[in-house]
Design a protein around this ligand. Structure first.
Ligand SMILES: Cc1cc2nc3c(=O)[nH]c(=O)nc-3n(C[C@H](O)[C@H](O)[C@H](O)COP(=O)(O)OP(=O)(O)OC[C@H]3O[C@@H](n4cnc5c(N)ncnc54)[C@H](O)[C@@H]3O)c2cc1C
Length: 404
């Protein structure tokens, strides 16, 4: 009998399953596609996510995985000016989704308490208090149902956890190109209509993800050539013209999905199913793994593993604090989209105050404001986003004045 059923075998589902199985729970993962599972993604794992991955997966499996380290982010403004920020602690990793899926899948296969079903669509009936999961000709009544079924999660809707629809509509696309990475940074090329993210993922491959308010997906179904679309970026387009696309263009959207709560009855939401704002800060996979690690901390505190309903309550109460810095920084970064002159100015500010860009990158990987407050920039006693922002702006203005 499965005590836990996980629907969705993406990074969130596999991470949550690893945690549950290691805490002694019989766990079934149901994935509708065949492993390795791919998805439209920028494929940049930030340093916080790298730490989380190392806690979830045995090192001997990581040693066999192909990835490319990156040491920071470079912004290329619409006016051609650029600036680079570097991580203070550790590297980021560019990992193709097929590699990440293989890695997490192999880790799951090693766990005797995990059963993996692929090519299997799960549906849920009953109520969140008594969920009944159906797949193939089987029916399961788990003590815990983990919905890791992605951005537009049907289980979230079924459980009545969908929040109001968002006015922010953005879509994402990705494609891989055969070309030697020209930098060990993730590049973000900004324009009025879209941003292009270039992530080195192997010694001869870069992944290009595009985010836009334009519903490029419907044009992609026609299909569009991403290479041609990217010619608006004078620094990027010509480089890609000389390279081969390695795979099909894939996309997803709209990205912003709100939730009322992330748990009810016997159901918890993890990963994109637990709500998503935007890919602009490249934190989705890290968030998914951090959510699994939050479950681990809660299960560790519980004496009786049978009290899984308490996990649902504790998890949904504690998750907002874990996600606060993601939402805050993503909202802040989203101020830049569709505002080319603001991006030009921000890049100019970062050029004059390189510490600020470095600091924001570390803040992006920090999992709490208390962790953020421990970072090298001393902003005393700040615990609220807007206060932190004001302090950062004051210090930046002070330094820019001193320099000019
Ligand atoms: C363009 C773009 C760029 C991004 N760039 C980055 C980045 O650089 N770094 C980063 O960390 N994040 C990035 N993200 C975000 C990241 O891709 C997601 O946050 C991450 O994939 C979430 O993982 P998940 O497991 O929750 O969902 P998914 O990866 O979507 O997995 C959900 C799984 O559930 C399965 N499923 C759904 N319904 C069922 C069902 N009924 N039965 C069985 N299986 C089912 C699906 O087949 C799928 O495999 C980006 C996203 C986009 C769109």
């Amino acid at each position: 009998m499965s005590e836990v059923v996980v629907i969705g075998g993406g990074p969130a589902g596999l991470s949550a399953a690893l945690i549950c199985a290691r805490r002694g729970l019989d766990t079934t993962i149901v994935e509708k596609r065949t492993f390795p599972v791919i998805k439209a993604c920028g494929e940049g794992l930030m340093p916080g996510g790298v730490d989380a991955l190392k806690r979830l997966v045995p090192q001997e499996l990581i040693n066999k995985m192909e990835y490319q380290k990156f040491s920071g982010i470079r912004y290329i403004a619409p006016n051609g000016e650029c600036t680079s920020g570097y991580f203070g602690k550790g590297d980021g990793w560019g990992i193709e989704r097929s590699e990440l899926s293989k890695l997490l899948g192999q880790a799951a296969e090693k766990e005797p308490k995990i059963k993996i079903l692929q090519n299997t669509v799960a549906t849920v009936k009953g109520s969140p208090e008594q969920p009944i999961v159906h797949f193939n000709d089987q029916t399961l009544r788990p003590k815990l149902l983990i919905a890791a079924d992605g951005l537009h999660s049907p289980i979230r809707r079924w459980a009545g956890l969908n929040g109001p629809p968002s006015k922010l509509k953005r879509w994402g696309l990705r494609q891989h190109y055969q070309i030697t990475p020209w930098t060990n940074l993730v590049e973000v090329h900004w324009s009025k209509d879209m941003e292009a993210y270039v992530t080195p993922v192997s010694p001869n491959t870069v992944g290009v993800a595009v985010l836009s308010h334009r519903e490029l997906i419907s044009s992609w179904q026609k299909p569009i050539s991403l290479k041609e679309t990217l010619q608006i970026f004078s620094d990027l387009g010509p480089k890609l013209l000389l390279s081969e696309a390695k795979d099909q263009l894939i996309g997803i959207g709209p990205l912003h999905q709100t939730v009322k709560r992330t748990g009810t009855g016997k159901v918890v939401l993890v990963g994109d199913a637990a709500g998503y704002l935007d890919a602009i800060t490249g934190e989705g996979i890290s968030n998914a793994m951090e959510q699994a690690l939050l479950m681990d901390r809660i299960l560790e505190k519980q004496k009786e593993k049978t009290r899984l309903d308490e996990l649902v309550i504790d998890y949904s109460n504690q998750l907002p604090a874990l996600m606060r810095s993601y939402y805050w920084l993503t909202r802040l970064t989203l101020l830049l989209h569709r505002r080319p002159s603001l991006v030009n100015q921000v890049v100019k500010v970062f050029q004059k105050t390189p510490w600020l860009f470095n600091y924001l990158l570390d803040l992006n990987s920090a999992r709490s404001f208390s962790e953020a407050a421990g970072l090298s920039l001393q902003i005393h006693g700040r615990s609220h986003g807007s206060e932190l922002l004001k302090a950062i702006i004051r210090r930046s203005i002070g330094e820019i004045r001193k320099k000019s």
